[in-house]
Design a protein around this ligand. Structure first.
Ligand code: ADP
Ligand code: G6P
Length: 500
């Protein structure tokens, strides 16, 4: 098993993301401790930073009165993927809490998140939020430049030692502008890469953004911009051409900007496949086996299609009464962005809907829906994935969706279960052997669940074998390697150009 054997960058690496791989928590005795952050970004990037001895610039999750208060090391016995990240490799970005609130809750999650998921009716466009987005991006850029200066590289640094700065996601689409400008002025060499973990919307949606030109220019200050799938790359190239008037090459995915040629690349993210297999092998049995389980695991987010999924399950019980008493839906929802109104409302709606469906169908021995509102540890989650009969991943829109990949990795028992995915997730583009389900069509979705529950064993085996094989090869190491290769920064020169 080689999941620790990750590829590394040839030069030093600085990762910049809104979230650090941990959040800080203050204990009653005043001591600070680390708690693992949730999310695919952290699991994917942490081993690269740790093994490559890189630096990580990000927000520590709480406001510290004294920004010079030392970041604690991880607790003894911590086995999360970020335990190896030493505190002197972390640059915590400190922002005034009010400014951070309008940047994070207002602009990132009130404007960009819904708009980039093609849900413009949910988006707000407030100039004050945007101004704080600019301020916070500048602050992240400043901290990144401090990290870059500490590496003491000069214009004579050999090409293979030039530091790589890897900026992540929609919270930091402007940061590269100031990083590039200052690094050039100070003659510090660096390569700049960006990866967007969410969809990039089509021009018709993107043009609703009053600050679209700044966003595109910010991203184009990188040498390479990565997205999960080709559609998002083409949307980005299209917007650069129509919004900024850039010369573009759609075939080779290039955008001309300021005398530079910016590479745009589809780099579908993967998961630490072997790690999930091991967790699934070790996890104790979760369900009694009395009922078949249809499993959903999501952050509690309106893009995940949770309401549609529950309605589809209700329709299944109505149209196929033979499943009553035999099948339960288990929905695990992790609290997310709880200060944003849309998320608070969704929580209420879900609770009411679950109450209504359970009230309608529950018998003394069986309830149709089991609901957990909370974070579940990765080892526990692996047991859920392994023991579920159907994995239901039906977002209304999703950049990739790692849950679909984690589910197939953990399906180690034979005969295996069935994966259902939405065509509106990046995962729906690549996981061809899953059952494809349009979440908006409730009756159709109910039929897809019925088909999954009644699928013959040999078909389940065949589909799952293909799905697992693909995710095993295209795992998170492969993603990192593809990114470094596209940046020309892969450690082994002979590996260049073989992927990406
Ligand atoms: P997103 O990035 O939008 O949250 P993904 O499906 O790509 O969606 O990634 C979600 C990550 O968070 C996965 O790695 C998944 O294991 C984890 N996760 C989701 N829900 C929970 C939960 N209830 N408890 C613990 N981890 C969760
Ligand atoms: C998605 C985003 C990440 C984000 C994560 C959790 O995966 O792409 O950038 O970190 O959700 O959201 P949060 O707002 O808690 O960081």
């Amino acid at each position: 098993r080689n999941f620790n054997n990750v590829v590394t960058s040839s030069g030093s690496m600085i990762v910049v993301s809104n979230r650090l791989p941990f959040v800080l928590k203050r204990l009653e005795d005043g001591r600070l401790i680390r708690k693992a952050s949730a999310g695919g970004l952290v699991t994917a990037v942490a081993p690269v930073v740790i093994n490559g001895n890189g630096l990580w610039v990000g927000w520590p999750g709480i406001h510290l009165e004294d920004p010079n208060e030392p970041i604690p090391e991880s607790e003894p016995g911590d086995i999360t993927p970020t335990a190896g990240l030493k505190s002197d490799k972390v640059i915590a970005v400190h922002v005034d809490p009010d400014v951070f609130d309008s940047y994070y809750n207002g602009c990132c999650n009130g404007t960009f998140w819904p708009l980039f998921h093609s849900m413009p009716d949910r988006a707000t466009f407030k100039l004050t939020d945007w101004k704080d987005y600019v301020t916070v991006n500048k602050e992240f850029a400043e901290c990144t430049l401090t990290a870059l200066r500490s590496l003491k590289k000069t214009k004579d640094t050999p090409q293979h030692e030039v530091p790589l700065i890897w900026v992540h996601d929609y919270q930091l689409m402007l940061a590269a502008s100031w990083i590039r400008q200052n690094a050039e002025e100070e003659e510090i060499p660096c390569k700049l890469g960006f990866f967007l973990h969410i969809p990039f919307p089509p021009w018709d949606i993107f043009r609703l953004l009053p600050w679209g030109d700044e966003i595109l220019q910010g991203m184009l200050n990188c040498d390479m911009v990565g997205f999960h799938i080709t559609d998002y790359c083409l949307n980005f190239v299209d917007c650069c051409q129509r919004y900024l008037g850039c010369r573009v090459d759609r075939k080779n995915l290039l955008v001309e900007q300021g005398g530079r040629s910016v590479r745009v690349r589809p780099l579908p993210i993967g998961i630490p496949f072997e790690r999930f297999v091991e967790l699934a092998e070790k996890a104790p049995k979760v369900f009694s086996g009395e009922h078949k389980i249809v499993l959903g695991v999501d952050r509690l987010d309106y893009t995940k299609g949770l309401v549609h999924r529950l309605l589809a399950f209700e329709k299944l019980l109505q149209d196929h009464p033979e499943h009553r008493g035999q099948v339960s839906m288990m929905q695990v929802a992790v609290p997310s962005r709880t200060d944003v109104k849309e998320y608070q409302e969704l929580k209420e709606t879900l609770e009411q809907l679950i109450g209504r469906i359970n009230g309608k169908f529950t018998t003394p021995n069986w309830s149709p829906i089991r609901y957990i509102y909370g974070q579940v540890s990765q080892d526990e989650l692996a047991g859920y994935y392994r023991d579920a009969f159907v994995g239901m991943v039906t977002p209304l829109r999703d950049g990739m969706n790692l849950v679909a990949k984690e589910f197939v990795a953990c399906q180690i028992d034979s005969p295996p279960g069935v994966l259902i995915v939405s065509p509106f997730a990046g995962a729906g583009e690549t996981m061809h052997e899953a059952l494809i389900c349009n979440p908006y069509e409730i009756a159709g979705a109910a039929e897809v669940i019925h088909r999954a529950l009644t699928m013959p064993e040999d078909e389940r085996i065949l589909r799952m074998n293909y799905l697992r094989r693909r995710e095993k090869v295209n795992d998170v190491n492969f993603w990192t390697k593809s990114f470094l290769s596209a940046m020309g920064s892969l450690f082994k020169p002979e590996d260049h150009d073989d992927v990406g």
